[in-house]
Write a protein that binds this ligand. Sequence first.
Ligand SMILES: [Fe+2]
Ligand SMILES: [Fe+2]
Length: 261
Amino acid sequence: MQNKIKIIFLGDIVGSSGRKALKILLPQLLKIYQGDFIIANAENAAGGYGLTESIAEELFSYGLDILTSGNHIWKKEFFPYLQKTERVLRPANYGEGAPGKGWTIYTKNNIKLGVINLEGRIFMKALENPLLIGIKLVEKISKETPFIIVDFHAEATSEKLALGYFLDGLVSAIIGTHTHVQTSDEGILPKGTAYITDVGMCGAVESILGMKIDQVVEMYINMVPRKLEVEKNGKLKIEGVFLEIKEDGKANLIEKFRLIT
Ligand SMILES: [Fe+2]
Ligand SMILES: [Fe+2]
């Protein structure tokens, strides 16, 4: 049996503002919370869309252990790195031939941590069923470690809650990502799994999900698809949750946080 562990999970890092926010605010966060593991969703870390090898390495240099992702990870130039790394995940419920891995068991200081990345299907792509793929992976990983964190990258709150209750008691935490708006429903489900519908984001405070406000507003006025740029001005924030997991893999504590420059 392994010891109690502490985990910090950070919401989507949006572009250079998200990376800058981490560089400035992560040292402050680590004075409040000590994490044995730090996980972040990084699907938007490169220019607000996708990830690159050098940006992944930059994020690891700040002390992040595992990067999860979602629907925005599929940049062709990133496929070779996604294929070889164990530390960047893409959602597990894409086709078998999709590059990269949807789950990992990461060992640090003799503690094994299972991380699973799943993507929702409501208002998103018609992927494999995240609940059914999720439970199969949980059965496999739980043979090796009781500590399992799930990043559920999904739009619909009901789908996120459904996965939460479906895997309650079988995993340590289910952390929602993708909407970039932190919800206030963090808590421990009846059978011991920590849960939050959405963990939030890291990036510009005065923005729409990290992007320039006027561009997103214009898009919603005209409904014509357009290029959106990362907001680089103003205050920056990091949002996420701190988790304490007991020896048996059940959650002891989930606390959400938001730090602003
Ligand atoms: Fe995102
Ligand atoms: Fe997303």
